[in-house]
Design a protein around this ligand. Sequence first.
Ligand code: GTP
Ligand code: MG
Length: 210
Amino acid sequence: GYVPSKADRITSLVSQQVDLAIDEGDIILFTVDAIEGVTPLDREIADSLRKNGKRVLLVVNKVDNEKREQVIYDFFKLGFERIFPVSSIHGRGVAELLDEIVKLIPEKRLEDVEKRIKLAIIGRPNVGKSSFFNRIIDEERVIVDEKPGTTRDAIDTDFEFEGEKLTIIDTAGIRRKPRVRTDLEYYTIKRAIGALLLCDVAMVMVDGSV
Ligand SMILES: Nc1nc2c(ncn2[C@@H]2O[C@H](COP(=O)(O)OP(=O)(O)OP(=O)(O)O)[C@@H](O)[C@H]2O)c(=O)[nH]1
Ligand SMILES: [Mg+2]
C-alpha cells in the first residue's frame, strides 16, 4: 500500500493548519514578511490556500519604507495576482488594503445584509500577524467587542470600516510541527462546541468496556 513519506506528512500538517485557520474567515489575509523574503513554508501555505476556494489577499508586512518596496516583487512567486505591501508598525498601506476589502464585500452582502464579514489573518509565526491586527483595530477603532480565544492567542474583534461591519481574526502562526495539543485542538474543540450549541439533542457516547 501507500506509505506516506516524512515530507508528505509534514506537508499535510501544514495544510491541516491552513484549512483550520481559513475556516475562520470569509476573506483570508495571507501575511508574509518583507524582511525575511519568500520562505519554503510560505510556498507551502500558498499551495494549501490555492486548493481552497476562498478569497485570499497577499499582505506583505514590514514594508516600512520605500526602499523595501523593491523586495515585494519577489512575492509574486507565490502565485497571487496582487500584493498589498503594508507596515504594521508605521501604518503604511493599511488604508489601501481595507479599501480593497470593502470592495470585495458587496456580492456577499446581497445574500445576507446582517452578516459580518470575517477577515482571518493567517501566516507563519513572526510575520507580524498580531501587529497587523492591532494596527487595523487601532486605526478603525469603532470596536464593538473583543473575544480572546481559550488558551490560544486566537482573538477576534468586531470593527466597522466605511459603514461595513467586519470581524478581524488573529490566528496562531502556521508551523511545520504544530503544537498539536494546542493549535489544532483549539479549533477542533471550538467546532465541537459550535455543533453542540446548534443541535437540539446531543448524544453522549461512553466506552462501556472501561
Ligand atoms: N520592521 C517591522 N517589524 C514588524 C512589523 N510588524 C511586526 N513587526 C515585528 O515582527 C515581530 C513579530 O510580530 P508579531 O505581530 O508578534 O508576529 P505574529 O505573526 O503575530 O507571530 P506569531 O503570533 O508567533 O505567529 C515583532 O518583533 C514585531 O515588532 C512591521 O511592520 N515592520
Ligand atoms: Mg501573533
